[in-house]
Design a protein around this ligand. Structure first.
Ligand code: NAD
Length: 343
């Protein structure tokens, strides 16, 4: 690989601990001589002609060119007139699927031990369509929008992902008994896609099933190993993906990918951690694991595997951990220890 020359990536370091953990990622990639060139852009909001906050043109221009972004957390200013920058990015780049692999990190003690669940969430519609209004005083209506096109494209991504990543099972999550039409359509799209990929799934050993949301909630805390890949409409996915992050020891270890129609953005799930920002105390693991996802996306799996192995060695074998994992290593010390473990 690499015959096409290094791959350009847009880097949005973000706010709070964002710059510190981004620096850690750059140092690790540099030590491996990964064929990636990062183009840093500043996502500090600007005001557009309608008086709304939006992201600077340089970010849009860079992303349109590179098609792949790595992003640190962004602070969402509190107050009226501010739209969430994450939402702006999602809409601008049509990021229709959110992928979160939640895998236990050997050496990090959790209640459940060996968890390995991936949630794939429809990211553009459902209960988060933003269609809410007051009907009459004291009565509001919120619209849950489900379309065949959005459900099919997330299904397409999910089934291909499961086959390619050699997963065991896809569980489509629904509440068809109460949401007959909307969840009904979502599930029909999942079934159609399962049929379309029947041969490939059989060859790869991937099974398909449908389970209600309440059953998933019950079973996933009884035995997370019961599930493998979960595909969900927006709201259910939002909740279950955070639940899964909790199963492996919190948001500090959880990466995510936002897949769009013409590119993708990878980011850690946690926020800007203002309480520890600028103190060299942050854990860069979630952003490093987001980079692992990015490396798979741009077809550089050897580099991805090397980072993953080095993380396990550093945390489990060397017991070098940041404070959030019960250790006393600074972000920079952890990063240097990890670099020594890269092979
Ligand atoms: P947070 O995730 O920033 O922090 C919650 C707690 O977890 C804090 O105690 C923090 O120190 C700790 N923590 C988080 N990441 C850590 C890491 N990598 N290493 C060690 N400890 C870590 O959540 P919050 O305080 O609710 O949010 C703070 C800001 O982040 C808000 O402005 C919010 O809007 C923003 N935010 C952004 C994103 C994003 O850009 N994707 C996501 C969530 C929150």
């Amino acid at each position: 690989k690499g015959s096409k020359g290094p791959r350009l990536i847009t880097l949005m370091p973000g706010d709070g601990i964002g710059p510190e953990i981004s620096m850690a990622v750059l140092e690790v990639l540099d030590a491996m001589k990964a064929p990636l060139i990062f183009e840093p852009v500043d996502v500090t909001p600007v005001m557009n002609s309608n008086g709304q906050t939006t992201i600077p043109d340089a970010v849009i221009e860079s992303m349109n060119r590179t098609k792949v972004g790595l992003k640190g957390p962004l602070m969402t200013p509190v107050g009226t007139g501010f739209r969430s920058l994450n939402l702006t990015l999602r809409q601008l780049f049509n990021l229709y699927a959110n992928i979160r692999p939640c895998k236990s990190l050997p050496g990090v003690e959790t209640v459940y031990g060996d968890v390995d669940v991936v949630t794939i969430r429809e990211n553009t519609e459902g209960e988060y369509s933003g269609l809410e209004h007051t009907l009459v005083n004291g009565v509001v209506q919120s619209i849950k929008l489900i379309t065949r096109s959005a459900s099919m494209r997330v299904a397409e991504y999910c089934f291909k992902y499961a086959i390619e990543m050699k997963r065991k099972q896809i569980t489509a999550v629904h509440e068809i008994n109460s949401m007959r039409m909307s969840d009904g359509l979502f599930i029909r799209c999942m079934r159609d896609t399962a049929k379309k990929y029947e041969k490939e799934m059989t060859a790869a050993g991937v099974k398909y099933e449908e389970v209600t949301l309440k059953t998933v909630c019950l079973k996933i805390v009884e035995d997370p190993k019961r599930f493998d890949v979960l595909i969900l409409p927006n709201l259910y996915g939002d909740i279950i993906s955070d639940t899964c992050a909790g199963l492996i020891g919190g948001l500090g270890l959880t990466p995510s990918g936002n897949i769009g129609t013409s590119g993708a953005i990878f980011e850690s799930v946690h926020g800007t951690a203002p309480d520890i920002a600028g103190k060299d105390l942050a854990n860069p693991t979630a952003l490093l694991l987001s980079t692992v996802m990015l490396l798979h996306y741009v077809d550089l799996p050897t580099y991805a595997d090397a980072i993953e192995k080095a993380i396990v060695k550093t945390v489990k074998d060397d017991n070098v951990r940041t404070i959030d994992l019960g250790g006393n290593a600074k972000c920079s010390e952890y990063t240097q220890a990890l670099i020594k473990n890269l092979k």
